[in-house]
Design a protein around this ligand. Sequence first.
Ligand SMILES: O=P(O)(O)OC[C@@]1(O)O[C@H](CO)[C@@H](O)[C@@H]1O
Length: 402
Amino acid sequence: MADGDAGGRPGEAAVTSDPPVIRSNVPGSFPWGVMHERHPALIRRVGEATPYGPDRRRALDLLLAEITDGVIRPLEGPVHDRELWRSWDRGHLGRRWDDAPFLWAESYFYRKLLAAVGYFDPGPWRGIDPFEPFKQAELLGKGVDEELRALGGLSSMPVEEQARTLVHRALWGNQADLGFRLSAAGAQAGGQVTGLLADDGDLIWPAVDGPGPARVCLVADNAGGELLPDLALIDHLLHTRAVREVSLHVKPSPYYVSDAVPADVVASVRRLSAAGGAAGEVGERLRAAMSSGRLAVRTHAFSCAPLPYDEMPGDLREEFASATLTIMKGDLNYRRLVGDRAWAPTTPFAETVGYFPGPVVALRTLKSDVVVGLGAETVAALEADGRPWRTSGTHALIQARL
Ligand SMILES: O=P(O)(O)OC[C@@]1(O)O[C@H](CO)[C@@H](O)[C@@H]1O
């Protein structure tokens, strides 16, 4: 199957009734806007944020030209991940960007952006995160101060309320990733519609507190304002709950603008420790947990793959299969979890994640078209309202399959 258009999940019987994958070839659609507005704006911002020399600037210009009216070109030179990308290609190289699945094209765009800025090449720009200036500005910003201060209020709450608060902070931390803020709608976002569109939040704790020592995987999304509450939640799991071990999955290399990489975990733990007070205690406990191995940071190559999780490799499958619970953060992870398809929003969540090898919960604010697991009345009310509820980041959900 070229790109899973008609189902055909690896390792499973073909599901011919699956809806079509989302592409960016409809002018005016959300994915079209990402490819034609958000990505060119991002190339410009990256060029402004770091003093790259003429070679890198030329490479950025070429990438801009390629995504504007060219076809998808292979990576050039002796790159370390050529074979990986060959294995992830589904026949899209050489085709128009807009005709590839949105998920695939977006992911490959970020890989090509890293190529343009020389992120993997020998030389001065190797390992320089092109998004670091944006991430750092956020980590040092006022919003984060507030987030850290709020941790002080937790100790006076009953444990169940602490848990609920921490889950909600981690959930809403996903609201405004930095890529999302590159679009006009995203830049203005910030409102929250407090009632969740789906709320399986109460299912989380019985799953985690069950008999036997728990191991939780948290598949992180953005750095800064999202990773800090994620870390506070992890601290709660390790310190207040009887969770033996947490695996924190972050991206092996910069991705989707603000996605967390290991350096962002280190920066966030430092930020927590430096804040003093309750946040400082969280930071110190996390540092100790990292030293002892109770908190392990993982970077699997598949975390930057342009494919849904139903195509995950065996070692990652085993990692999730052996976890008591996997917490999937954010919009992109949601798209990859349920499949980036034009699902009817009332499709049961459990139906779309049947392949997932262990208990899983998604914490996600809605910033793309994909959504499943909603009640028919909820959908009718959202549609009647007329505002772009699927992509504005104002709505959120917690969905579990245990
Ligand atoms: O995964 P995240 O950070 O929650 O969201 C990533 C995101 O902004 O990127 C895509 C568009 O670029 C959208 O699917 C989604 O809104």
